[in-house]
Every structure is written in C-alpha cells, then in structure tokens.
Design a protein around this ligand. Structure first.
Ligand SMILES: Nc1ncnc2c1ncn2[C@@H]1O[C@H](COP(=O)(O)OP(=O)(O)OP(=O)(O)O)[C@@H](O)[C@H]1O
Length: 671
C-alpha cells in the first residue's frame, strides 16, 4: 500500500523493536513473515477494488434515494407558548399557578414596601415643618421605617429562595427529560442528526436553562412589577400623568420591538460568522504540522483575518443597534420626567414638597427601567430560543417504551436458538426495504458466518435482530418473538460488536471490561486470553496490557486491533446466549484472528455466534454460511454443502479468493 509513496521502510516487531529497515524490496527480502503478509494484503486490495467497482452502481442508487437527510435546525425569534409552558410547569412543580402567584406577590410586596419607604421618608421629613423638632416622635418613625425595610427584605428573600429552588427543579427536570429523549430515540434520528447538534443541546442550551433563562425570567418579573408600581405611585400622586405614563410605556415598547426585530437577524449573522472563525482556528491548530510543512502560514493568517473581519462587521452593527435603542429610550424617559417636574413645579399642583420629591423620584426610576425592561426582554427571547430547541428535542421520535407485558419469563433466554420468518427491514418508515423476506433457523450454539457484497444487508440484518431499525416479519429468540419483549431486555441479552471502531471509556482496562464490578480477575483474564490479547505481546514487554492498565478517552492509547480485542473480551465476559460480531476482527492480523476464532469456537460452545467477516478464513469453519445479496437470502447451509454448488455465490467468492486452496481445505476439514 505504501510502495507508491515510500522509499524507505521500517518493519516493527510485536515488542516495538525494529526487525528490518531499508528500501521496500530489501525489507521484504529480509523478513519472510512480512513478505507473506504483503502478498496476502495485495490480494485483498485487488479483490476489494474489484468488488468496489462491481458495487459502484448500487452505491450511486443508494445515494440517489437520499435516505440520510440531515434534519434542518430551527431558529426561532420569539419563544412559543408550549416551550415557555414547559419551563413554567417545571418551575412550579405540582402547583405551577400557585407558585407563580406567590412569587409575583412577594416581589410585588417588596416593591410596594420600597415605594412606601421613599414616601414615608418624605412624610417623616414633612413633620418637622408642622411641629417643633422635639415633638416629632423619632422612635415611632424609625420603627415604622425599620419595619418597612425588614418586611421588604423578608418578602424579597423568601420570594427569591422560592424561585431559586424552583429554577433548580426546572433545570433538573428539563435536563432529565432531554437526556431521556435523546437516549430513547430511534437509530434513524441519531443517523440524521449530527452529534455536534446533540452536544450543543446538552451543553450550551442546557447552560442557558441553568443560568440565563431563570435570571432573565426573575429580572423580567421584578422589572415589570417595579415599573407598574412606580407608575401606579405617580398616578396616585398626579392622576393627570396616567395618560403620559401609558404613552411612554407604549412608545418604549414599540421602540423596543423594532430593536429586537432588527437585532435578531444581526445576531443570527453574528453567530453564522463566528462558527467559521472558530472552525478555521480549530482546523489550523489540528493541521499545524501540515501548514508549517507546506509553508502555508500566511495564507491561513489571511483567511483567518478575512473571517474575523466578517464577524467584526456584524458585531459592530450589533453595538450600533444597542446605541440606537438607548438614545431613543433615554430621550423618552427624559421627556417624561422633565414634563412631570415642570407640571409639579409650575402647574397648580396641591402636592407638598415631600410628595413632589416622591413623585419625581418614582418618575426617574420608572423611565430608567424601561430601557432595562427592553434589554431583559431581548435576553429572555435569546435564552428562550434554547428552551425552544430543547423542547423540540424532548418531543423527538422515541423507541417503544418498556411495558409490563414485555417482561419475558425469568428463564429466558435459556438457549441461543434463533428463528427468523419473513424478516424485512428498512431504515425509516418511508424508506426502501434493505432486507427482503429473510427466513432461516439457527440452532443454539451454532456458528454462522454471513457473507455478501458491500451493501448486501449484513449489518442491517444484525441491527434488525436487535430491533434497531424498522422491521416486519417475526424473529423468535429462544422461542419468544423479539417484538413482544421490552427493548432493553432484548438488547441486554444479545451482545453485538458493531462494525465501527469499538468505543472504550476513560479508566482502567478492568473498568472497561467489567463496568459494574461483577466478575473476578480470573474470569476477566480468561476473557482477555481467549480474545487474544496476550498473544500480542510477551510477558516481559514493558507496555504489556493488564487489568490495571489505563485506558484514555475512547481508547485513544490503544491500536484499533487492541480495541477490537478488548471489545471481544467484553462480549465474552457478558456471557449472552447470542453473540453478533460485525467485522469485529477486521483490524487484527491473521495469526491473532485465527487464535480468536478458535477460542470463540472452543470456549463459547453453547453461545450462538453470528459472524460478519471480511476475510473468508474467519468463517470458513463455521457451522453454516449465509450469503446475502441486495438484502435477499441467496444461500444458507454448511460451507462444504455450499461449495458443492458450482453456480453458487459462495463458491464463486471462494474461487475468486487468493487463498482458494486453503479455504477449501478448511471447509472440507470439517466434513
Ligand atoms: N444508516 C442507514 N440509513 C439508511 N440506509 C442505510 C443505512 N445503513 C445502510 N443502509 C443501506 O442499507 C443497505 C444495506 O447496508 P448494510 O450496511 O447492511 O450492508 P453491509 O452488507 O453490511 O455492507 P458492508 O459490508 O459495507 O458493511 C444498503 O443499501 C445501505 O445503503
């Protein structure tokens, strides 16, 4: 594979030592083992390229069906009532209405006592104008003032403590529902939704629900109540200012709406412009070595600056819009306050000096709060969009939930007997069928190899056994139809090693093999041995893997082959009656693969094994072989029987293989 680009080659042994080095032909000459592997590799590459060419029309057809359509992301401007209701209901627990009334009343009480305090100070001061100083009952006024302060504080803290508890409950509840919805969704939804989008919902959007949204709602309630109480106080003192007050509110609201509409598209543009800046930066960091190697630093810098410029333009516009809003609202509030002041000072008002002072103080606060109100409303809409998006995810399609009747008898499954009748499958309810009326029977403990061209439906068959995709027909596992069993029970009784690179978790090898600490060391070590891990290195190797070896996130510190071996060991430890291996040993060398297959054969005798393999050697000694083509079952029988059929597909596959003779020997050796 490397021969077209490499001039120099280094061959490494299992212990990481250099076995031979030099030009490609020299190394191959020196190392017989490598020479044999190169020859085999070449055959596989040749065969695969032939298969790929033959498969090309199928692939195009598949793409033309457009089965995998990534769902479009919804960007909403205003928060819809259902989404808002979700939050309010979670906030108030079992009594959302009562909760809202109590919270708003307590905040109202706080504001009322605050307004009365200001008025009371004026009233107290006015006593000195009508009575001699010595007759003013200072302890009385001081006590009333202190009482007002204390009751204001008490109402505010009670209201907020209640609210904080409510918002924590809402966060927890919404988070739990989101995670449950994502974990319980269909494979189809996961297929069509990019992981990054799910991550954003579970991190950025949840963060908005944890922090910004409750803050905004709390502020909004507080500001609205404060504004109404201040306006009410002005109107009580100067009823003529009811109309101007309402006009200020309406004009302020109108300016605020205009601002919000304009800034929404600017903000959207800003976030569109931000992603490319971060994306480009991330790509530059990842590809730093290549950038330096090709001397492309300047080009990258230029591109980065162009993207930053685009972002800055939007950010500047956003800043200007904020200025636009502040100037208008400041002018409106200044007009309101100054006209009220002019009326109170020069009009024929009968108010006392302290009442005039009180009214003016209320007017200043009232008009300054309008700007805040608009800003908080805007923030509420932004964080409300997160709520909207989470609400959308909470309502995504779900797999069937567990029911009482889906509980199988305690003895189930006592065997790995699998009977499939007229099984058809599709990836979406309206998508094309990928499996067509498959019927077969696999007796308990049998090893069945599945072969077929790329796209023939091998992986789809394994997925339909686990009910991961839409199926029709019947599958009986140990005599019970899988469609009648709760999904979690069905899946916990079938072990599958899927086609992709196995995922491992950060922790020790032991935690990966036995996450619930249910097995002893002997069982775990046996599984590792059977899976072929100890075959890969000598006992005295420094880097030898043991149960205590650390595994980094995703198994990043292990080779793909080692990860596959661990996945196999994990499957052995689980002890299911049905084991499905979907190209589980594709990254493992021939020798280790042979060893794994023999231990699968010898140690898992009573386990039904379904093996999808890309090497015919892996499944040549299976009890039965299933040949699939375009989702149809073409052949099913023992390898020896299938080889007898001159026109058979399996026979053709074996005859095309470079190892034809060895394969025949393996198949007939079983006879
Ligand atoms: N996630 C998916 N969504 C929609 N269609 C799919 C999906 N995965 C596979 N298919 C389609 O199902 C059919 C069977 O694919 P499948 O992956 O089962 O084949 P396979 O035999 O396992 O191929 P390979 O050997 O390459 O793994 C193909 O037509 C393929 O396009």
């Amino acid at each position: 594979m490397a021969s077209s680009v490499a001039h120099f080659m280094v061959s490494l042994g299992a212990n990481g030592r250099v076995v031979s080095h030099g030009s490609i032909s020299e190394v191959i000459e020196q190392d017989d083992k490598l020479a044999a592997e190169v020859a085999k590799d070449q055959e596989i590459v040749d065969r695969e390229s032939e298969t790929a060419e033959a498969d090309a029309p199928i692939k195009t057809e598949v793409t033309a069906d457009g089965k995998l359509v990534v769902a479009e992301e919804i960007l909403v401007g205003t928060v819809s009532w259902p989404a808002f209701k979700l939050y309010l209901v979670s906030l108030g627990g079992n009594y959302p209405l009562l909760f809202s009334i109590i919270f708003v009343s307590l905040i109202g009480l706080t504001d009322l006592t605050d307004a009365i305090q200001t008025w009371f100070l004026g009233y107290w001061a006015s006593q000195y104008e009508t009575q001699p100083t010595s007759e003013v009952k200072v302890p009385f006024y001081l006590s009333v003032y202190a009482l007002l302060l204390v009751s204001g504080c008490a109402a505010y803290s009670t209201g907020y403590i209640l609210y904080i508890y409510g918002s924590m409950r809402a966060s927890r509840k919404i988070h739990r529902r989101l995670i449950q919805a994502v974990l319980g969704t269909t494979l189809r939804w996961l297929d069509t939704t990019p992981t990054s989008r799910v991550l954003t919902r579970c991190t950025q959007d949840i963060q908005a629900i944890d922090q910004e949204l409750p803050q905004c709602i709390g502020f909004m309630v507080e500001l609205t109540v404060t504004i109404l109480i201040r306006l009410g106080a002005i109107v009580v003192m100067t009823p003529a200012f009811l109309l101007p007050g309402i006009i200020v509110g309406v004009v302020g609201g109108f300016v605020g709406r205009t601002y919000m509409k304009a800034q929404l598209s600017v903000k959207r543009e800003m976030s569109n412009a931000k992603a490319p800046v971060l994306g480009h930066f991330g790509a530059a960091i990842t590809g730093l070595t290549s950038i330096r190697a090709y001397g492309a630093q300047d080009a990258f810098k230029r591109e980065s600056l162009t993207r930053i410029d685009r972002y800055t333009k939007c950010a500047r516009m956003f800043y200007n819009l904020t200025r636009w809003l502040s100037i208008r609202l400041d002018v409106i509030s200044a007009l309101f306050t100054s006209s009220l002041a002019a009326y109170l000072v020069y009009g024929n008002s009968t108010l006392t000096a302290s009442d005039i002072g009180f009214s003016l103080s209320m007017a200043v606060i009232f008009s300054s709060l309008i700007l805040w109100w608009v800003r908080v409303l805007n923030d509420l809409e932004v964080s409300g969009n997160s709520l909207e998006r989470i609400d959308e995810y909470i309502n995504i399609e779900q797999e069937p939930k567990s029911t009482e009747s889906g509980q199988p008898p305690a003895y189930w499954p006592s065997s790995g007997d699998l009977r499939v009748e007229k099984l058809s499958a599709r990836y979406s309810s309206d998508g094309p069928r990928v499996l067509h009326d498959l019927s077969f029977h696999i007796a308990s403990g049998e090893r069945v190899g599945i072969v077929g061209r790329t796209g023939s439906g091998k992986s789809s068959l394994t997925l339909s056994l686990l009910r991961c995709i839409f199926t029709e027909g019947n599958v009986y596992y140990d005599g019970i139809p899988t469609s009648s069993i709760n999904l979690e029970i069905l899946r916990s009784n079938i072990t599958i090693i899927p086609q992709m690179v196995p995922e491992l978790l950060t922790g020790t090898l032991r935690q990966n093999l036995d996450p619930f600490d249910q097995h002893d060391d002997a069982t775990l070590n046996n599984a590792l041995r059977s899976a072929g891990l100890f075959e890969m290195h000598n006992d005295d190797d420094d880097g030898r893997l043991t149960l205590e070896s650390d595994i980094s996130s995703g198994g990043g510190n292990l080779s793909v082959g080692q990860r596959q071996i661990l996945a196999l060991a994990r499957a052995m430890v689980r002890g299911s009656k049905l084991l499905i291996l979907d190209e589980a040993t594709s990254a493992i060398d021939y020798k280790t693969d042979t060893l794994i297959q023999s231990s699968l054969r010898n140690e898992l005798k009573d386990v039904t094994q379904i093996i999808v393999a890309h090497r015919l050697q892996t499944i040549m000694d299976a009890d039965k072989i299933m040949v699939l083509d375009a989702g149809k079952l073409m052949e099913f029988g023992s390898p020896a029987d299938l080889l007898k059929n001159d026109k058979g597909m399996f026979r053709a596959l074996v005859d095309d293989s470079g190892d034809k003779d060895a394969l025949y020997e393996m198949a007939t050796g079983k006879l």
